[in-house]
Structure formats: C-alpha cells, structure tokens
Design a protein around this ligand. Structure first.
Ligand code: G3I
Length: 301
C-alpha cells in the first residue's frame, strides 16, 4: 500500500500520529494527516490541565473536535492521558492525600465517561516509574496518595468505558532495563490479581541508537497477555534515523500483540523536540528517508 495507515492495516495494525485541534486549520498539515494516518492521539488536548482547568468544571471542546474529525475519516483515537504527574491543573497540584486521590479518580471517571465508546485505547496512567537503576515508582503527588493509585485509576477507567483498551504508558522503556522491568513486574502483578489492564505503551522517544533488546522487550510484555503499542515514536535526526525507524517498525511487526505505532507529530516543525528533526516529514511536508524506510518495512511485513 502507498500510505502508512493502509500499509499498517495490511497486518491488522494502525499507524497513528499525535495531533492537536488548533492545527486543524493548517491545510498542508491536514493533507498529510488525512492521507497517511488511520489513528490519532491528542498531543495535549485530553490532558488533565486541558480537560479540567477548574475542579469539577470540564472542557472537552478540543478533544471533541479531534474525535469528530477522526470519526469522520474512519480513524481510531488513542486517549492520552488520564493521570500524569505533569500537566496537572494548578488546583490539583495544590491537593494531596485523600482530597487528591478522590479528585484524580473523579477525573478518570468523568473524562473516560465523556468519551465512552469513542476511544480505542486510553493511556490511563502515564510515566509513573522513575528513571535510573531501581525500577521503582516515581515520586509524585499522585504516588504519595498511596501505592494503589494506579490500580484504582485502571478500575475507574474500566467502569467508565468498558470498551476501551486500558494502557500503562512510559518512556526510557525501549529495551530490557530496570525501569521497564519495574513496569513488567507491575503488569504481571495486575494480571495475577485481576486489575484491568490491556496494553503497555512504549513511548519510544529515541536518540541515535536503538537498544538491541527492543523487540525482546516488546515480546516479554506480550507474553504477559497484554497488547503493546508504540505510542510516541520520534527519533533524533542523524545518520541512523531511517534505520532506527525501520527497526522499530520491524520489531513491532514481529510481535503479534504489537498492535500499532504512533509517531509524535506530523512534520519536524510540529515536534516538541525543537531542532532535532525527529519525524517522518520535513517542515515543508516532504517525505523523508525515514518515511520511506517505515513504509517499505510495513509493506514487507
Ligand atoms: O497552551 C499553552 C499556550 O496557551 C501558551 O501560550 C504556550 C506558551 O508556552 O504554552 C502552551 O502550552 C504548551 C503545550 O505544550 C501546548 O503547546 C506548554 O507550554 C508545553 O509545555 C506543552 O508541551 C507538551 C509537553 O508534553 C508537556 O509536558 C508537548 O506539546 C507534548 O508533545 C509533550 O508530550 C509528552 C507526552 O504527553 C508524554 N510523554 C512525553 C511527551 C514529550 O514531552
């Protein structure tokens, strides 16, 4: 096939992109979005600060615009992210203990209920593990409400939208390391105790090399009985960029439960990684070598 989405669909997968409602008036941008991708995720529009700027007052305008555009084009939607230590509204940053816990769970319930039936997969909890060697949870206001905050969030999300796949999402998990092993152990524990979890998101914000255990790491999560999704892929520009994009794609195709890939923006100029040109299209919307490498890999799979 000749586009990323159609090529991924040949093996039952999706190929998605992070987007934002404010970009929908950019015609060259929308031409690429609509042509190439069959899944979208809001880069910011469904985060806590965006959806509940004041406690108990929800604003879904941008999220709804994104969902309705996706529906009109037959694209699926990833939801991102119900709970995260970053991009919390200031009122939540000022809470702690049981007040924060109940506000957080209410947030999960309200947002997942609003979008019920429209979300393919939710990032229920984002980035709750620490970097470095310990494989431990990250300290945060949410973590300080009790270690069970993650499972409480997953249970609330399941109750609110039983049809959505519920994911745990994190970065620096691009190989077998202490952080990914900490997450692996949590998922194994959740599966053994019946905590509802369906998928693990590997963000895959990558530099100039790819961990040699990237595919093995995907496989070990799949072997726990969860899907794996590559959720925020971007790769620092350099001699290896196209090869790394291709290797990530090949690794996902090699694991049956790796069900889709999302890149974190359309053009280099849309990326949060200013100056790194980490995406598949250049600022003028031209296909880069990395694009061709991904497309060819999808069609070889
Ligand atoms: O919306 C305001 C705007 O009103 C204001 O004028 C402007 C001035 O700085 O800021 C705008 O908000 C920015 C927002 O993006 C929307 O553009 C924030 O400052 C900026 O911090 C925010 O950055 C986002 C970042 O998450 C926040 O942590 C990036 O766009 C987004 O790509 C990035 O995405 C995260 C994932 O959610 C989780 N994984 C890592 C990934 C990269 O950091």
């Amino acid at each position: 096939a000749t586009t990323l989405g159609a090529s991924a669909a040949q093996t039952g997968r999706y190929f998605g992109v992070a987007t934002a409602a404010f970009k929908f008036t950019d015609t060259p941008y929308m031409t690429i979005l609509n042509r190439e991708f069959n899944s979208v995720v809001p880069e910011n529009d469904m985060k806590w600060d965006a959806t509940e700027p004041q406690q108990g007052r929800f604003t879904f305008t941008n999220g709804d615009r994104l969902v309705s555009h996706a529906q009109s084009r037959g694209m699926t939607v990833r939801g991102h992210a119900l709970l995260w230590h970053a991009q919390q509204p200031s009122w939540a940053q000022g809470l702690s203990g049981s007040a924060l816990r109940s506000a957080a769970i209410n947030h999960v319930t309200q947002v997942a209920t609003h979008f019920r039936g429209k979300i393919h997969s939710w990032d229920v909890v984002n980035e709750a593990f620490a970097d470095g060697g310990g494989g431990a949870r990250r300290d945060s206001n949410l973590q300080r409400t009790g270690n069970d905050w993650i499972e409480a969030a997953f249970r609330a999300a399941r109750a609110a939208d039983p049809g959505a796949k519920l994911c745990y999402n994190d970065y620096n998990t691009d190989g077998i390391n202490a952080k990914s092993t900490g997450i692996y152990n949590m998922v194994r524990d959740f599966k053994s105790r019946g905590v509802p979890i369906d998928c693990v998101g590997l963000q895959s914000h990558l530099g100039t090399t790819l961990d040699s255990t990237y595919q093995q790491n995907i496989q070990r999560f799949a072997d726990l009985g969860v899907d794996v999704q590559i959720t925020e892929l971007d790769v620092q520009q350099g001699a290896n960029q196209a090869n790394i994009f291709a290797s990530v794609t090949r690794a996902c195709l090699a694991v049956a439960r790796c069900t889709g890939i999302t890149v974190w923006g359309v053009r280099d100029s849309d990326s949060w990684r200013t100056g790194q040109n980490p995406l598949l299209f250049d600022a003028n919307g031209n296909k880069k070598a990395a694009y061709t490498a991904v497309l060819n890999t999808l069609n070889a799979g």
